[in-house]
Design a protein around this ligand. Structure first.
Ligand code: PA5
Length: 426
């Protein structure tokens, strides 16, 4: 399903020398004995998820779909990135859906909020607020304002049909408020952290409302769970990727650039950055995750990658079959001198750009490249890819003796911000 290729990575060590360590960590992950082991619910989630809740997601999605000209998804970080990555990757950036999805509650920008407010003024809106803690300030602020807007527009009773909360099963202000108001609620499991939560109702409900086949997402997730539940480094591509990252960092590569040639996968790169950045960047360790969309960013970052300081390696995520394709047209006059591409497929041109760039970066620029190839950008592949990155991330972090599942560093800015905002102490 996923092909992993390290032959362009110029590795200075033999991957297989890490086989024993990988076996030990694999056992630790599956037996849940490592650091942060109370957040390993994602590992066998596909066997343990609540089937009734899954069916309820489908029912609620069906019920609200007719009403939803706009689906507002209000959340940030792990409560936002996965759903957006999935919807954009699977449906493309300009799908023919009757429902438009807008992500909100992920910024303090006043302009952003006010523009969305204006944009939805005369549209029929469904709101899915997503917050595990229920107290995240960006999300809570946007939610209060949207709730008031919707109550003024539809009345409290109708809002019960239009506002859906995805949150902790018992704790937190959002859960209490949702119960009081009579909103439909879905659960974010205790043992799955934000950046691993796309496979829970956090990601599934927005996907289902947007018409994505979540059964297929789970089929992909299950296949990956089965394929990658394998402690043999020689045959496990996720662990090969994890080990290559460690070897490349040993070679002084402290930054990894996730590269896609598909603009609809740009948000997958954002999701991946949170997964690896929050999991690995602690105790003064980790690889800085960054992302780029080529060929667009070859016209901005390309110069640095080719000739700048040799701090990074690239991880190319290539797609075999695009969502759509077409042929480049002939022009009798050929004034633009582009006839050499007549009847070539647009995707073939993209592929040639990729091959040429890989050669330039690797051979001339001496930039190591790891290549992950997926078949398409459909539901099954998305589910599969999520698990691939989850397990690779856990492996690569445990190789550094890091707890992959906490994020103590993100609290520091919040403390300062709350002081400046005058938030009362509890
Ligand atoms: O990975 C994380 O834990 C964070 O990105 C959170 O998901 C994010 O801060 C949102 O938190 P919450 O769902 O509690 O609103």
């Amino acid at each position: 399903m996923i092909k992993f290729d390290a032959s362009h990575a110029m590795l200075s060590e033999d991957i297989n020398s890490y086989g024993k360590q990988v076996k030990e960590i694999h056992k630790m992950i599956h037996e849940k004995t490592g650091k942060g082991n109370d957040f390993l619910g994602w590992v066998d989630w596909i066997n343990n998820y609540d089937k009734e809740e899954f069916d309820r997601i489908l029912q609620v999605a069906k019920k609200v779909q007719d009403k939803a000209e706009v689906l507002l998804v209000c959340g940030i970080g792990g409560s936002y990135l996965g759903a957006r990555a999935a919807i954009e990757m699977i449906q493309g950036l300009y799908p023919e859906n009757k429902t438009e999805v807008i992500f909100i509650g992920n910024t303090f920008s006043s302009t952003y909020f006010k523009q969305v407010e204006k944009h939805i003024e005369n549209k029929s809106v469904i709101l899915n607020v997503i917050s595990k803690s229920g107290t995240t300030t960006e999300t809570a602020m946007a939610f209060r304002m949207l709730k008031q807007l919707m109550e003024n527009k539809y009345g409290k009773e109708e809002c019960k049909e239009r506002i859906i909360a995805t949150t902790d099963k018992a704790r937190g202000t959002l859960k209490a408020l949702a119960d009081k108001e009579g909103y439909e609620t879905f659960v974010i499991p205790d043992d799955i952290g934000g950046r691993y939560s796309v496979i829970t109702p956090v990601g599934l409900l927005p996907m289902a409302i947007m018409g994505i086949d979540i059964h297929e997402v789970y089929r992909g997730l299950k296949a990956a769970y089965e394929d990658l539940n394998n402690d043999d480094l020689a045959t496990n591509p996720a662990y090969q990727y994890a080990v290559c990252r460690r070897i490349l960092q040993n070679m002084g590569k402290d930054a990894e650039m996730f590269v896609t040639y598909e603009p609809q996968m740009q948000m997958l790169g954002e999701w991946w950055k949170q997964l690896f950045g929050e999991s690995e960047g602690k105790d003064g360790k980790g690889i800085l995750p960054c992302s780029a969309t080529f060929s667009t960013d070859l016209h901005s970052l390309g110069q640095f990658i080719q000739e700048g300081k040799k701090v990074l390696f690239e991880t190319l995520v290539l797609v075999e079959k695009p969502l759509m394709d077409g042929l480049f047209p002939h022009d009798e006059l050929n004034e633009d001198q582009m006839n050499y591409l007549t009847d070539k497929s647009l995707n073939w041109v993209n592929k040639m750009a990729c091959e040429g760039t890989l050669e330039a970066h690797e051979v001339t620029g001496k930039v190591p490249n790891l290549i992950i190839t997926i078949e398409d950008m459909k539901e099954y592949t998305f589910g599969y890819l999520c698990y691939f990155f989850f397990i690779a991330c856990a492996m690569t972090c445990y190789m550094l003796d890091i707890n992959p599942f906490n994020q103590p560093g993100v609290e520091v800015y919040k403390k300062n911000m709350f002081r400046l905002l005058g938030k009362p102490a509890k």
